[in-house]
Design a protein around this ligand. Structure first.
Ligand SMILES: *Cc1c(COP(=O)(O)O)cnc(C)c1O
Ligand SMILES: [Zn+2]
Length: 388
């Protein structure tokens, strides 16, 4: 076990990792798990990965779970990095890749975060887990809580895609529909959690979902033979994957696995909900709540993110950017991706393909750059968004 403590991402205050924690007790910002990386660097070589299982647990040394604890697992992670030859060639790109996260349990990359967070919640003694969700996080929590023998209490907007609601219910979760947005769902949990004895699993409001999602960064580096790509396009809601990948890059550099080169990171959001894009353009350090948030890409319908300042810092440090795509464009490009690459992408993933086209047209991305798009979920969960 190399986990040493939790550290506040804003004020640096240390917190005990042997207890259940949510936000920093001093400043209410997210906590990051920290590891004895110098100690690990001496004993853990990247070549040792070759013979390990194809799941995110292959990076066990940089995951927080105790060495003798059995992970709560459904086979998450280890997703393919697929070349998108036809779509890439049509844009004149020499190298375009899709990290296809729809192949995770519950068909989205939320499985990564929840596998690790539920494993930790169980280890630390939580019994009732609550989450506000725009869609896929609910399904993932329901699945892993069931697997762990814990209760799941899920709060989702009443207009969440039907597949997400039914999935949660059939996985045995307690589902409450809220007439509002994910922020209203979070507020309801905040009001009731003390009385109900719920542990809140909202992303970045507990320290371990980001650890599951950081394995995106480890996998990307390993699958590209330890050469990070030039550009990453990431459909951004709460930003946990973006923040997690950046953490993974720093950890891998400390471990001596990669050099100091980083990809340019781009956040893609929906025109109807673009707090990060707006704050990035305005040169702000944090992102105010986006009013009247609406988009069919439910994973992007996050009007206010607790990790906003971390995302904005990463986008700037990496020399990347942020742009919006409207719903109609997400839906229309889905078939182009599907027909050319054989993947029915989620609207969130589709938004990245549309963004790529615009970034190529403007010359922001050049043809010789190596580009990776994250398809974070499956179109199958969003059937209402498509007409027959
Ligand atoms: C949650 C979600 C996102 C956004 O992920 P974050 O890491 O919270 O920004 C993107 N796509 C899908 C399909 C999602 O479920
Ligand atoms: Zn703090």
């Amino acid at each position: 076990m190399y986990l040493t403590h939790l550290e506040c991402t804003a004020c640096g205050l240390r917190h005990d990792a042997k207890e259940l924690q949510n936000l920093c007790t001093a400043c209410s910002k997210p906590l990051f798990p920290r590891y004895d990386l110098p100690g690990l660097e001496r004993v853990w070589k990247r070549d040792s990965l070759a013979t390990r299982e194809k799941s995110l647990w292959r990076y066990r040394e940089v995951l927080p779970l105790a060495r003798d604890a059995e992970p709560v697992s459904l086979g998450e992670g280890g997703t393919p990095l697929l070349p998108a030859k036809r779509f890439g060639a049509a844009l004149g790109l020499s190298e375009l890749w899709i990290k296809d996260e729809s192949q995770n349990p519950t068909q989205s990359f939320k499985a990564r975060g929840m596998a690790v967070a539920v494993s930790m919640a169980k280890q630390l003694g939580a019994t009732k887990l609550a989450v506000p969700t725009a869609g896929n996080a609910g399904g993932a929590l329901a699945a892993y809580a069931a697997r762990a023998g814990l209760e799941a209490h899920i709060f989702m907007p009443a207009d969440t895609p039907r597949a997400n609601m039914i999935e949660c219910r059939e996985l045995g979760a307690h589902v409450t529909l809220i007439d509002g947005l994910i922020t209203d769902c979070g507020a309801e949990i905040g009001r009731r959690k003390a009385a109900e004895g719920w542990f809140e699993m909202s992303t970045l409001k507990e320290p371990y979902r980001v650890e599951g999602k950081k394995t995106l960064g480890y996998e990307l580096a390993e699958q590209l033979h330890w050469q990070l790509p030039d550009v990453v396009l990431y459909p951004t809601g709460g930003g946990t994957g973006l923040i997690g990948m950046w953490k993974a890059f720093d950890e891998m550099e400390t471990l001596g696995w990669i050099g100091s080169k980083r990809p340019r990171m781009f956040s893609i959001q929906a025109t109807g909900c673009a707090p990060i894009v707006r704050a990035f353009a305005a040169g702000e350090q944090s992102a105010p709540e986006f009013p009247d948030a609406h988009t069919v890409a439910s994973g992007l319908r996050v009007p206010k993110a607790v990790g906003d300042f971390l995302m904005l810092r990463i986008l700037r440090e990496s020399g990347g950017g942020a742009l919006t795509i409207d719903d109609a464009e997400m839906i229309s490009i889905t078939r182009e991706v599907g027909a050319n690459e054989g993947i029915f992408v989620a609207p969130e993933g589709a938004a990245c393909f549309a963004a790529l086209r615009s970034l190529c047209a403007s010359g922001t991305i050049s043809r010789d750059e190596r580009v990776v798009i994250f398809n974070t979920g499956s179109g199958i969960k969003y059937l209402e968004a498509y007409t027959l």
